[in-house]
Ligand binder design. Structure first.
Ligand code: GTP
Ligand code: SPV
Ligand code: MN
Length: 591
């Protein structure tokens, strides 16, 4: 077979700009070896084999979970660390009160000290990657340098890595520089630093998820949101899903929910039997890059090529697509094991754990068997609902934007905003209970505008203004909605069945978009009356539906006051239009 001419050029020769930076990092970190990842299947298998041989990765049951492996992270390193994540802009005001800030020079000096000699005896991997379809004008490239082979495997699944990404970098001349080392995994020496003005990321002391897979939250959200602001687009914590109705119309919607609040599940939902004729297509499960298109609509690409998804709760009833998808060729992190060497997690009902996520014999008094933030890493193409639209260079047109949170109380099942500006207010007012996706207390309601509290790479006041500006450019803006799948009754039970049944809410939204569905006009927006939702065959009481579609005026008046106080934290950065929209909601609540 003839060799393609471009493979005659070695990877370091392909991009002198990248080579020069790799050389600087090599001098600083002093690895035993430097290895450039070409992104081939054979390379992936070799690196995975080396991890298995070193005992860092455990092969799972070959018959029932072929090509699946378990990785146990350091027990102190199991989630994102928001308190150790910084946005380092020249001006503190640019990072805003929503971010931890450090002056760039101070941050670099601190990180230089930590990176000095940190790769002694280790391999330095150079991972060129592309976020988005490689031939998309909206895709952006970066290079992650890491000393973690586990990170390399994850990046290989989650992004498009290797030679083609490097070729694009060589042609474009710019790339995001991401430097990562697991360091000594000591939380006291763990920092995730962002330098948006220089397109730089430096991360040390963690090997886990969003802290270490730098293409994901660090690049595709924090750095990208900064770039998107000056370039007129949006980088968001959103799933993208296509819904084909029984009429044969396909609409794409994008939805922002905070971490561990249902994006992966909604992106691949299975229609309930009572709603025949619907088809669901997953474009993305975590991140959307949204661009105003020449046709006046908003278009979305998924910059990722895989899913780093929450394992607990996944079973054939909640999410059969995900359950089937992770039966083969999947990297599991921090799950438990059965006696048959199968992965096990809370919510997997068909077997029992014998070993917990820490490798100890399972004892319920030690807490859950799988870590609540245990994750699967899997190629998007393994999803039964995967669509080729995810590889479409121009992306997909968005008919509706959805915001949501995990709220026991107050927020109804669904409501629709009156306009784009009102929708920005609705998105900005998202509040949600904290989850195990980040270190810290779980179940505390906090403000999480557009589900971007941990990820907006600049001042939230400026971010809200940017959202308003993007909408003003759209001739055919998507409708905007807010949902809450997590309302609870007084005895702590979910009022709404969720998962596949969420299609009942989505179908109402699409009917609203087509001006075919009715609604009640309330102070907070348009809500379905119970009769406007298709609830045929749904396991939900009439009383619960009434509760889910009622606006608690006193509660909402308190919410408005609380939210106004929150907006004031951003001082003069908060756009006046947002206060005007809030005043209008308040006026209606008092009317
Ligand atoms: P990140 O990957 O952290 O950004 O999270 P995500 O938003 O993709 O969350 P995911 O879909 O993984 O869901 C997190 C948890 O919420 C899982 O344990 C799910 O089983 C549960 N969940 C998802 N959708 C629903 C729902 O509609 N109702 C209920 N009750 N639980 C849900
Ligand atoms: C999240 O926390 O929102 C995730 C997982 O999607 S992580 O990659 O760790 O950010
Ligand atoms: Mn996420």
């Amino acid at each position: 077979m003839a060799t393609a001419p471009h493979t005659l050029v070695s990877m370091p020769e392909l991009s002198p700009g990248v080579s020069e930076w790799v050389e600087q990092v090599r001098e600083l970190t002093q690895p035993a070896k430097v290895y450039w990842c070409d992104g081939s299947q054979s390379e992936f298998q070799r690196i995975r084999g080396e991890l298995v041989a070193r005992g860092e990765l455990k092969e799972l049951n070959k018959e029932t979970f072929p090509n699946c492996h378990l990785y146990r992270s350091d027990p102190t390193d199991v989630a994102r660390v928001e308190h150790l994540t910084f946005v380092c802009t020249q001006s503190k005001d640019d990072a805003g009160p929503n971010n931890n800030w450090m002056a760039p020079d101070e941050a670099k000096a601190k990180m230089r000290g930590l990176f000095a000699g940190c790769m002694k005896g280790r391999t330095l991997y150079v991972v060129p990657y592309c976020m988005g379809p490689i031939d998309s004008p909206y895709a952006r490239c970066g290079v992650e340098i890491t000393d973690s082979a586990y990170v390399v495997l994850n990046m290989a699944i989650m992004t498009r890595i290797g030679r083609r990404a490097l070729e694009r970098i060589a042609a474009e001349g710019t790339f995001v520089k991401g430097l990562h080392s697991t360091g000594d995994l000591n939380p006291a020496r763990r920092f995730i630093m962002h330098f948006p003005e220089e397109l730089g990321i430096q991360s040390i002391g963690s090997g886990y998820g969003g802290n270490a897979l730098l293409g994901k939250k660090c690049h595709a959200l924090r750095i990208a949101s900064w770039q998107a602001r000056s370039e007129g687009w949006l980088a968001e914590h959103m799933l993208i899903v296509g819904l084909q109705s029984p009429r044969g119309e396909t609409h794409y919607v994008a939805a922002a929910f905070p971490s561990a609040c249902g994006k992966t599940n909604l992106a691949m939902l299975i229609p309930p039997d009572a709603l025949p004729g619907w088809k669901v297509f997953t474009v993305g499960d975590d991140i959307a890059w949204l661009h105003p298109g020449p046709d006046g609509r908003l278009w979305a690409i998924n910059p990722e090529s895989g899913y780093f998804g929450v394992v607990p709760g996944t079973n054939p009833k909640t999410n059969k697509n995900a359950y089937d998808m992770i039966r083969h060729d999947t990297l599991f992190t921090n799950v438990a094991l059965t006696a048959d060497n199968e992965p096990w997690w809370e919510g997997r009902k068909d077997s029992q754990p014998v070993t917990d996520w820490l490798g100890r014999p399972y004892d319920p008094s030690n807490g859950p068997a799988a870590h609540p933030n245990s994750r699967f890493t899997v190629a998007a193409t393994q999803n039964p609902a995967y669509t080729q639209a995810a590889a479409e260079p121009r992306g997909v047109p968005i008919s509706a934007l959805i915001f949501g949170g995990r709220r026991r109380e107050l927020a109804p099942l669904v409501y629709e905003a009156r306009s784009w500006a009102h929708g920005v207010l609705v998105g900005a007012s998202v509040a949600s209970e904290t989850t195990a996706a980040a270190v810290g207390e779980v179940g505390v309601v906090r403000r999480d505008p557009m589900a971007m509290k941990p990820f907006a790479g600049y001042n939230y006041g400026d971010y809200f203004a940017h959202w308003l500006n993007v909408g003003a450019k759209l001739k055919r803006p998507p409708r905007m909605f807010h949902v809450n799948w997590f309302r609870q009754s007084a005895d702590g039970k979910f009022l709404w069945p969720g998962f596949g049944d969420n299609l009942r809410v989505l179908s109402w939204m699409l009917e609203r978009c087509a001006n075919r569905a009715e609604a009640q006009d309330t102070a907070i927006g348009f809500l379905p009356r119970p009769g406007d939702l298709n609830l045929q065959g749904a396991d939900v009481s009439a009383q619960a539906v009434t509760e889910l579609t009622t606006v608690d005026k006193a509660g909402w008046l308190r919410e408005v006051g609380d939210f106004r106080g929150y907006l004031q934290e951003f001082g003069s950065h908060t756009p006046k239009q947002l206060y005007d929209e809030l005043a209008e909601v308040e006026r209606r609540l008092k009317a």
